[in-house]
Design a protein around this ligand. Structure first.
Ligand code: ADP
Ligand code: MG
Length: 409
């Protein structure tokens, strides 16, 4: 048995690596910089946590959200990994520095902006760094769907350690964004590892909106089990939660404007429930591990195919049949085009491309899954048999042409 597998059993209690995890871990242990593109839930954290416990020195983990960092910290500590966060909200920063310098940390989580401070640079010089892990690495790219300028501060720090491998991780990056991440973070082309993106148990459907509430109520009526409805606005989540309560299912609203206690309670209620529908803004879902979500509905257009994939990906993590149904209106595209016109000039090309890709998914008369998978660089078959267009082929232009001739004859 390899040492990595032994560590996987002993520390994490898992029998096998999943998907590409083993390949990623092997590269990291061999000191090779890597960009791993793996869907949400595929187990990206393990690919740096495991090497961190095996390598001499500390793995510095860059993560964009302090709340997520603290979740990760708790999870790591729960399996006995020596970990700490070094953020503005941590009271124990002096202690953490000491643990790092004494070589007593496997993982040190930081926000990207800390990387450029001279304080932090000096700290790193005096200790020992084994690996840099850059989570949500698409944030470094203007082509990515969530560009964060702070991520650009990482490169100078990384370049001070040419012998320390870099592991960049992201769930969603199209070909253009991947190339940009490699370039921005100084990872060689052959360091790219992409996991399979298909979620065969999710049935995709996309429909024009006529009466959103009724359409979603119908979906709820035919889909037992917990579900998420993504609304465009905070007010929209509350209105939908109220209207959908008439279906007889328990409903809750979730958005960043709610009283924190109410928000936390609604989330906890949903996670515990077997039939609840939560109407939420896109703020909902990150870091939530609920395997039995049976449907995800969108009451309007998501921001991008990446966002759509990530949001619908919260359905059916347990592998059981699940539904992702998007309801869109022409006015969604009008609003999105207006938004594109308002972003900084250097980002407009990327935003426009993102919108075009999304329109391609919405308007296709072919297989939805094929469009999705091609977007993420895979070569799928022509039909999946588990999306609205495969199950119920719409009349394409050819068929319409024939029908018209037939009718006018
Ligand atoms: P990601 O960051 O890719 O979304 P996480 O790292 O949060 O995914 O992992 C998702 C879940 O998968 C976690 O509950 C984790 O414990 C579990 N997991 C990771 N690797 C394995 C494995 N090899 N076998 C079984 N479960 C795993
Ligand atoms: Mg993760």
């Amino acid at each position: 048995m390899t040492a990595a597998l032994d560590t996987l059993h002993r520390i994490f209690g898992f029998n096998d690596f999943r998907g590409v995890q083993g390949r990623v871990v092997d590269r990291v242990l061999a000191g090779q910089s890597t960009l791993a593109v793996m869907p949400t839930g595929a187990g990206k954290s393990l690919t740096y946590q495991l090497p961190a416990t095996m390598l001499e020195g500390t793995c510095v983990v860059v993560s964009p959200l302090i709340a997520l960092m603290h979740d990760q910290l708790r999870a790591a500590e729960a399996v006995g990994i020596r970990a700490a966060t070094l953020t503005s909200v941590d009271q124990n920063r002096a202690e953490t520095r000491g643990r790092f310098l004494d070589g007593e940390l496997d993982l040190l989580y930081i926000a990207p902006e800390r990387a450029s401070t001279s304080d932090f640079r000096e700290l790193l010089e005096r200790g020992r760094v084994a690996l840099f892990a850059i989570d949500e690495a698409h944030c470094v790219s203007e082509w990515g769907h969530d560009f964060r300028p702070d991520y650009r501060l990482l490169r100078p720090l990384l370049d001070r350690y040419p012998d320390v491998p870099r592991l960049a991780l992201t769930a969603t990056a199209d070909a253009h964004t991947r190339a940009d991440i490699l370039d921005q973070l100084g990872i060689p082309q052959d360091g790219l590892i992409v996991a399979g993106f298909d979620r065969p148990n999710i049935r995709y459907a996309i429909s024009p909106r006529d009466n959103t509430t009724r359409q979603i109520a119908d979906l709820i009526a035919e889909t037992p089990g917990p579900g998420i409805v993504y609304a465009q606005t905070r007010a929209g989540t509350e209105k939908l939660a109220e209207a959908l309560a008439k279906t007889g299912r328990p409903t809750r609203a979730y958005h960043a404007g709610l009283d924190p206690e109410v928000r936390a309670r609604n989330q906890a209620d949903f996670v515990a429930s077997e039939d609840m529908v939560i109407c939420a803004t896109v703020a909902f879902g990150m870091g939530i591990d609920k395997p039995d979500v049976r449907f995800v509905a969108h009451a309007g257009l998501p921001k991008s195919i990446e966002a759509y994939y990530q949001e619908t990906g919260r359905a059916g993590r347990d592998g059981d049949p699940s539904v992702a149904h998007l309801f869109w209106g022409a006015e969604d595209f009008a609003k999105a085009r207006q938004r594109v016109a308002e972003v900084e000039p250097q980002r407009q090309a990327g935003e426009r491309q993102r919108l075009t890709a999304l329109a391609g998914l919405v308007e296709t008369t072919g297989c939805r899954r094929a469009v999705l998978l091609r977007h993420f660089g895979e070569q799928p078959g022509e039909v999946c048999g588990n999306c609205d267009n495969c199950l119920n082929p719409p009349m394409g232009t050819e068929a319409t042409e024939i029908a018209r001739k037939f009718l006018s004859a």
